[in-house]
Ligand binder design. Structure first.
Ligand code: NDP
Length: 279
């Protein structure tokens, strides 16, 4: 039987409606500041999309676009200013940053209460220790998709392909926190297909179009495709969707799967930063 296609857009829409409702009851508007350094076209699209969604939900948002040649000190100065700004409850620094800027230094400077993406070293450590007070938006969106779909995480064999700091590692920690048995694969993993074939839950976060083929997937698995790859004018994921959907029990599409959930989680995280600051 073909897989059920998980409609991330629909799940995100419901979350956004709930957010909008909640925000409308607040005395003061929650505020998000998005900081983008350089000319990465994908970053500009993501930040623009995030801002628009915030505005729709009634969240105040501002965008700080800095040139590629911005020095680390200049960026840190802006972060300090945003830390002090009472209109701003959440600070998002869009990755990637130019090579001459240390993302660790930048995320260390963001006030913990305003760390909307959970990228500060303290929040990274907290997540590993089981405290999910502030976690990155994409991993949070992946977990929410699984939970909303009723996929059992506890006891499942979960395989994460990709070990980046923004997706692979944090989602692996979140799966472990929910008692899955977790394997993390990367570019040096041997016999990748043998490992992915064991997965009840397979998360693909690599950035290589169609690299997860049907022979790498267990019958009845839940497959979450995080990849966003541009091939010609089309956006495709890391999973060979058409073939894998014939074998899996659940699958997320690209677009319309994890992407919209990432934005919804950003709004949720902004609101939780607001509640922590304004309590
Ligand atoms: P990174 O490039 O930072 O990480 C990619 C990971 O894939 C690395 O760990 C790398 O291994 C691993 N990898 C590369 N080639 C292989 C291979 N042949 N076999 C197994 N593993 C491999 O990417 P991100 O984590 O930032 O993003 C991954 C994808 O998700 C991208 O397509 C990105 O656009 C998308 N994305 C989507 C989001 C959304 O909202 N839907 C949000 C963020 C990202 P190694 O560590 O050894 O180099």
């Amino acid at each position: 039987m073909p897989a059920q296609i998980i409609d991330g857009k629909e799940i995100a829409k419901k979350i956004l409606e709930k957010m909008k409702q909640e925000v409308s009851t607040l005395q003061k508007k929650p505020g998000l500041a998005a900081v983008i350094v350089g000319d990465n076209p994908a970053s500009k699209i993501y930040v623009g999309m995030k801002r628009k969604t915030c505005e729709k939900a009634g969240i105040y948002s501002e965008e700080h676009k800095l040139p590629e040649k911005t020095t680390q000190e200049e960026l840190l100065k802006l972060i300090r200013k945003l830390n002090e700004d009472e209109k701003i409850h959440a600070i998002l620094v869009q990755l990637p940053l130019p090579q001459h800027i240390s993302s660790e230094k930048v995320f260390s400077e963001v006030l913990l209460q305003k760390d909307v993406d959970g990228f500060s070293p303290v929040n990274v450590g907290r997540l590993v220790a089981g405290n999910e007070n502030s976690v990155p938006c994409t991993p949070k969106g992946i977990i929410r998709i699984l939970e909303e779909t009723g996929i059992e995480i506890a006891g499942a064999n979960a395989v994460v392909v990709g070990r980046s700091n923004i997706v692979g590692k944090p989602v692996a920690s979140m799966l472990l926190n929910r008692n899955a048995t977790v394997t993390v694969c990367h570019s040096k993993t041997k016999n990748l297909g043998e490992i992915t074939k064991q997965a009840d839950i397979l998360i693909a976060a690599v950035g290589k179009p169609g690299m997860i083929t049907e022979d790498m997937v267990k019958e009845g698995a839940a497959v979450v495709d995080v990849g966003i790859n541009k091939t010609g004018n089309e956006l495709v994921g890391d999973v060979d969707f058409e073939k894998v959907k014939e074998k899996a029990a659940w699958i997320t599409p690209v677009p319309g799967g994890v992407g919209p959930m990432t934005v919804a989680m950003l709004l949720e995280n902004t609101l939780s930063r607001y509640r922590e600051i304004e309590k």
